[in-house]
Design a protein around this ligand. Structure first.
Ligand SMILES: Cc1ncc(C[n+]2csc(CCOP(=O)(O)OP(=O)(O)O)c2C)c(N)n1
Length: 532
């Protein structure tokens, strides 16, 4: 046994390593990025790779599970939307080697475009979920999730939230014989269980439905559900909220507590809790997922349920300890809100960022048109939304710029331009570009190739430099000018973008210059530098 001070993400990574995973797969996204980074750093012998997108990452993990090895797949919450197709179907195929999906939800949208709650998607797929409250549980639940996944032959989700993923506490690690498990190989599955043609899928779906009662029983007996029956006022809480509740109540409270650590919900435990309490406050990050299930449409006769649905707690944003303290009648003494003592500093491009030159050229090139539409995507360049550029008119989801532009163009807009980074292009930009090529959409696509997935910490990108040019050629794009986005080329770059706009039909331009953060890193690691 050894103790380490770990982030929630790092604790999950260690849990997976000590569970003897055969591989880990991910596409970067806050707050889940550090999971794969940790596995790469501390267990270089483990097969751990960045995938082109979350769907691919999920399928890579699923393939590993098929042949009996344990596999971890990690992503941020919106990444699960991208991986939804294999995720839903994997509930029917089931898992052979333990298959654990870790999803980082981002209540409060610290670094995301929405604050969806992954528990809803797990329930939709009928997949069990572990939800840790502490970094120690991040480790312990990951270990347990692999065992359970193999025992019940189902993929399992671990739900994290930003506050837990990105804060540290001491974790006791127990590397043991399970690590050797990476050597074992389980028997391959019956192909009839994994080939989801209707006749097999119907049978597998029945199996999934039958599994639900087993999962509820598991949930009622799960050691991660904690119940303390005391007074008639109860608190039902989950995840990080459990810590806020404990802090607000102190040691001497007589309130009853039920802390959920595993879903589907433990029906016996919840019945017992509700039977005991007259009034229950539900405290959960994200959607009122448990609260809605408790109250249904009609409420529970004779019981009062408080939470997000009755306005006791806010529906949006992140829960805060002082918020819970105030609701539980224990306000934080002399609490000074951070924003009252700090001036907000809007985010901005780093000094020397090539995107600032690209955005400057884009703004000047389109200044002669009254209604230029500048669809953009998700990456550092989205900062072009800020003054003085104001060159981002949309950022919806990864790849949406090239997806939306042809529709707008066909509806009569002109000029229509897109900005998209190289990593986002590899993630989801290639497929819509294929359609734009075939229809020769009258749009101009500016691919900002900084040779990195810069926004999430400059992970490697899959479509950069020559590789990107070959991909464009393969997709059928012809005559792609390459800009060097630095201030001294401004006039020439403006001219190139204007020419592309005036070309009737599809134009693609690549603005190529590495992110300023990757050069020192590559030099330190003695890696080759891609020129320009
Ligand atoms: C589906 C999804 N996955 C991951 C993310 C997190 N994320 C935001 S932007 C981005 C990629 C940025 O790379 P790139 O497009 O090359 O732009 P750069 O930041 O390098 O300028 C990632 C991974 C996300 N927002 N949505």
């Amino acid at each position: 046994m050894k103790a380490e001070l770990l982030l929630g993400d790092e604790a999950v990574a260690w849990g997976a390593i000590d569970a003897g995973i055969g591989g880990a797969f991910s596409y970067a996204g806050t707050p889940a990025t550090e999971i794969l980074e940790t596995i790469k750093n501390v267990a270089p012998a483990t097969w751990a790779m960045w995938s082109a997108n979350e769907k691919v990452a999920y399928e890579e993990a699923l393939g590993m599970s098929y042949v009996g090895k344990r596999a971890l797949v990690a992503m941020k919450h919106v990444g699960l939307n991208v991986a939804m197709d294999p995720f839903m179907s994997s509930a029917l195929t089931g898992a052979v080697g333990g298959l654990v999906l870790v999803v980082g939800d981002d209540p409060g949208m610290h670094s995301s475009q929405n604050e969806q709650d992954s528990r809803c998607l797990a329930e939709f797929a009928k997949i069990p979920v572990f939800e840790p409250s502490t970094q120690q549980e991040c480790y312990d639940m990951t270990r347990e999730a692999f065992r359970m996944s193999e025992r019940l032959q189902t993929p399992i989700m671990i739900r994290l939230v930003t506050r837990l993923a990105h804060s540290r506490s001491q974790v006791t690690l127990r590397p043991d014989a399970e690590r050797d498990r990476s050597q074992t190989r389980l028997p391959l599955p019956d192909p009839n269980d994994w080939a989801l043609v209707p006749v097999n899928a119907r049978r597998r779906y029945k199996r999934l439905l039958d599994l639900q009662s087993v999962l509820i029983e598991e949930s009622d007996n799960c050691p991660f559900q904690l119940m303390e029956l005391k007074g008639k006022q109860g608190i039902l809480c989950v995840g990080t909220a459990y810590n806020y509740v404990r802090e607000a109540l102190g040691a001497s409270s007589d309130r009853s507590i039920l802390r959920i650590g595993f879903y589907p919900l433990p029906s016996k435990l919840i019945r017992e809790f509700l039977h005991h309490c007259d009034e229950v406050l539900v405290v959960e990050e994200g959607h009122p997922f448990i609260e809605s299930q408790l109250t249904g449409l009609m409420g529970i006769p004779g019981k009062t349920i408080h939470g997000k649905l009755d306005g006791t707690l806010p529906m949006d944003g992140e829960l805060l300890p002082e918020m819970i303290g105030a609701v539980l009648g224990n306000p934080t003494p002399d609490h000074v809100p951070v924003d009252s003592i700090m001036t907000a500093r809007p985010p901005q491009f780093c000094k020397g960022c090539p995107h600032s030159s690209s955005m400057g050229a884009l703004v000047d090139a389109t200044s002669i048109y009254e209604d230029a539409l500048l669809f953009s995507d998700i990456g550092c360049y989205t900062l072009g939304i800020m003054p003085p550029y104001r060159s981002v008119h949309s950022a919806v989801d990864m790849g949406a710029s090239i997806g939306m532009a042809p529709g707008a163009s066909r509806a009569g807009a002109f000029p229509v331009l897109c900005t998209i980074g190289d990593s986002t292009f590899a993630h989801s930009g290639m497929t819509p570009l294929l359609g734009a090529v075939l229809s020769d959409a009258n749009i101009t696509v500016l691919i900002l190739d900084n040779a990195a997935t810069a926004m999430t910490g400059a992970q490697d990108s899959m479509a950069t430099g020559d590789q990107l040019m070959k991909l464009l050629e393969g997709l059928g794009v012809k005559d792609v000018p390459i800009l060097d986005p630095i201030p001294k080329n401004h006039a020439a770059n403006v001219e190139t973008i204007r020419r592309a706009i005036e070309h009737q039909g599809l134009s693609v331009i690549v603005a190529r210059r590495p992110c300023i953060h990757i050069k020192p890193r590559k030099l330190a690691a003695n890696l080759p530098l891609s020129e320009s």
